[in-house]
Write a protein that binds this ligand. Structure first.
Ligand code: TYM
Length: 349
């Protein structure tokens, strides 16, 4: 199959099926994904192979894959417009990851802050998969020669690594790449991170200096996509704040991480800017603002929650959607990965 010389614009992103999806995943990534599906060719993956870099209960993992898929669709991704699938059904990801493991350098991986955070103090006991995690992520993106990757701020370093790996592959194999007909010597594009909007880093409701995260022990620190209206209101009501009224300008949010976070969440949910939120609520008390924020969060998230539950009642349908998506994804990835194998020098029958 003939590949285009220049990669065509294509969006790829993914989410891990571990723990509950939360407001950070929704505002930092999914909302953007939904917007992009109307203007771009989009591929959205449930990255189950990344999930097992930390041990997962096998029964729970299956359910979590369906649950993330249901969240994708409930948030507005349309399986007829975007390709939705789970990573392990398309073996090209693993195949390309091996080749890229041989391109990436140990020194590059040693700098990855997320590995240091996740491995903690007992680094010797972390899985090799956890260490090589960002290389698999690069393979996810490059197996489709994707050009745009919408993610939250925390994935920025991984995307820089992906660009370094793509660049080194293009350099290391430049003669073979040109011989294969890619005249400018570029086989893999350097994908652009798309990190945009007022909520690229949603912080914990209990501590405005820490990221909202699935792995944080306190459930009060995050709003889950599965939370009901009362729970959402209770969590926002108890969210940490400071004793001052809300400021009138964005500059005055500096040094007030909790206020900054809540204003950013409001702005993202209302699809507006922090400045516009402060124009409305600046000078007022947190209690008034929190009541408005609760109402807005419930109005935005309750329909997503209801649709997720409706979809999860029919797991066979979700499995069918994933199988169809996997076939479509593989049709794109297979010729790219086959060509990468040729370029590296593998023989094929
Ligand atoms: P994951 O599953 O941790 O998170 C999924 C997406 O949610 C974003 N996100 C946040 N955004 C704002 N505020 C937060 N508190 C917050 N927490 C999470 C993440 O930035 C991400 O966009 N390594 C990736 C998954 C992955 C991937 C890929 C992404 C695997 N292969 C290829 C893009 C392309 C991850 O663990 O995301």
């Amino acid at each position: 199959m003939q590949l285009p010389q220049k990669p065509t614009p294509r969006v790829f992103s993914g989410m891990q099926p571990t723990g509950n999806l939360h407001l950070g995943n929704y505002l930092g990534a999914m909302v953007r994904w939904v917007e992009m599906q109307n203007s771009h060719e989009c591929i959205y993956c449930v990255v189950d192979m990344h999930a097992i870099t930390l041990w997962q209960d096998p029964g729970e993992l299956k359910q979590a894959i369906r649950s993330v898929t249901a969240a994708y669709i409930a948030a507005g991704l349309d399986p007829d417009k975007s390709i939705l699938f789970n990573q392990s059904q398309v073996y090209e990801h693993a195949e390309l990851a091996w080749i890229l493991n041989c391109v990436a350098r140990l020194g590059w991986l040693n700098r990855m802050t997320q590995f240091k955070e996740k491995a903690g103090k007992d680094r010797e006991n972390a899985s090799v998969g956890l260490y090589a995690y960002p290389v698999l992520m690069a393979a996810d993106i490059l197996a489709y020669r994707a050009t745009h990757v919408p993610v939250g701020e925390d994935q920025k370093q991984h995307l820089e690594l992906c660009r370094d790996i793509a660049q080194k592959f293009n350099n290391d194999f430049s003669a073979a790449i040109r011989a294969a007909g890619f005249e400018d010597g570029t086989f893999f594009p350097l994908p652009e991170p798309v990190i945009m909007g007022p909520a690229t880093r949603v912080m914990s409701l209990r501590d405005g200096t820490k990221k909202m995260s699935k792995s944080e022990p306190s459930d009060m620190s995050r709003i889950n996509l599965t939370d009901d209206a009362d729970t959402i209101a209770r969590k926002i009501g108890r969210a940490k704040t400071d004793p001052h009224p809300l400021p009138e300008s964005e500059a005055e949010l500096e040094g007030r991480p909790e206020a900054d976070n809540l204003v950013g969440i409001y702005a993202a949910l209302a699809d507006t800017s922090k400045a516009a939120v402060l124009a409305k609520f600046g000078g007022g008390q947190f209690s008034t603002f929190k009541a408005a924020l609760s109402e807005l969060a419930v109005a935005r998230l309750a329909p997503v929650n209801a649709e997720m539950n409706r979809l999860l009642a029919d797991p066979a349908e979700i499995d069918r959607i994933l199988a169809t998506g996997a076939r479509k994804a593989q049709a794109i990835a297979a010729p790219i990965v086959t060509r990468a194998k040729d370029i590296v020098g593998f023989l094929r029958s």
